[in-house]
Ligand binder design. Structure first.
Ligand code: NAD
Length: 311
């Protein structure tokens, strides 16, 4: 297939692009490099440096007749979405619609969309949260992801097109930005390997479901191969507190740091853990990398990266 991977210079999108190239697909990357890095784009994939909201991005569909769109470009910062909801919606909803309208005019057959399980359900009524759990996003970011899923449902209904939304848990692994607002694993590892002091927000008893980026890339392959449409959680069912994560990373890095707590983030969700039975049953996907193994790989990668270019 000829595929357009948006956000393919970013953390998750670049792993997805690598996996698709490896599978023999012709991959093009669309990324404005607002947070992505040119060197993360696979060598075999041309990079088109445009904003997903632009006419230049839309024009790619007429030029290349993509079979599939794998959509990872986004405004990903939940706090920024609270400060600037119109910007968040312009990128995360408007950008998707710009690409979809152009795609549908040019024979697009399939869309895989990077949605969120962490921000779309809200505080759990029960755990693990499955796809039937009520949707109560409490940030503009979560609301926009939900709207994007609904637009895809509309497009799928109105046009001969398959759309798969993957609701990711907290994704971690090599290439995640250690200086970003999100991505606690990368932030903690970055601090620990550079002699800094990671700060745990609040009590640290808040829990998340951490899924390794290689497993997420495999979920994208499964979604592309899937003959149909749907919404699937991509998580592990394992709930880990920030305090536990801190200790695991301290052991793995060997850093001599104390557990330090800062103020709680206002409105921060207390628990999140996703059941992925539906993805297992319908896509044949299950996570393969345990948290222990994934954290070890991540620390190794950051160690090498920091040695090559100390921060
Ligand atoms: P990332 O910031 O590394 O990747 C996003 C990429 O999109 C970057 O390369 C950035 O340059 C590009 N981009 C941003 N705005 C753009 C625009 N207007 N036009 C073109 N390119 C633009 O973030 P990530 O963690 O890899 O996230 C990828 C996707 O997965 C996002 O859609 C995000 O919402 C979703 N997601 C991530 C997580 C997670 O834990 N990291 C969890 C749930 C969902």
């Amino acid at each position: 297939m000829t595929l357009l991977v948006t956000g393919g210079a970013g953390f998750i999108g670049s792993h997805v692009a690598d996996a698709l190239v490896e599978q023999g697909h012709e991959v093009h990357v669309l990324d404005d490099l607002s947070s992505g890095q040119r060197h993360h784009v696979p060598e075999a994939a041309p990079l088109f440096e445009h904003d997903i909201r632009s006419d230049a991005a839309a024009a790619l569909f007429a030029e290349h007749q993509y079979d599939g769109l794998v959509h990872h470009a986004a405004q990903i910062d939940v706090r920024r979405s609270v400060e600037a909801p119109r910007f968040d919606a312009a990128v995360n909803i408007g950008g998707l619609l710009n690409l979809m309208e152009a795609g549908l005019d040019n024979g697009l057959q399939k869309v895989v969309f990077a949605s969120t399980g962490g921000a779309i359900y809200g505080e759990p009524d029960y755990t693990p949260q499955d796809e039937e759990h009520p949707l109560r996003p409490v940030s503009p970011y979560g609301v926009a992801k939900l709207a994007a899923e609904k637009y895809l449902h509309y497009y799928q209904h109105q046009h001969a097109l398959d759309a798969v939304s993957l609701r990711y848990a907290n994704v971690y692994g090599p290439r995640q930005d250690p200086h970003g607002e999100a991505g606690v694993v990368a932030i903690f590892v970055g601090e620990m390997l550079s002699g800094g002091q990671p700060v745990i927000n609040g009590s640290g008893e808040q829990t998340r479901d951490y899924v390794y980026v290689g497993d997420v890339a495999e979920a994208n392959l499964a979604a592309l191969a899937y003959d149909g449409s749907g919404t699937f959680n991509v998580g592990t069912g394992r709930e880990t507190s920030v305090n536990e994560l801190f200790r695991m990373l301290r052991d793995e890095t060997g850093a001599e740091v104390e557990e330090a707590h800062g103020p709680a983030q206002p409105g921060e969700q207390q628990r999140s853990v996703l059941g992925a039975e539906k993805a297992n049953a319908e896509l044949g996907w299950a996570p393969r990398v345990s948290l222990e193994t994934g954290l070890a790989r991540t620390v190794d990668w950051f160690r090498d990266a920091f040695e090559a270019e100390p921060t």
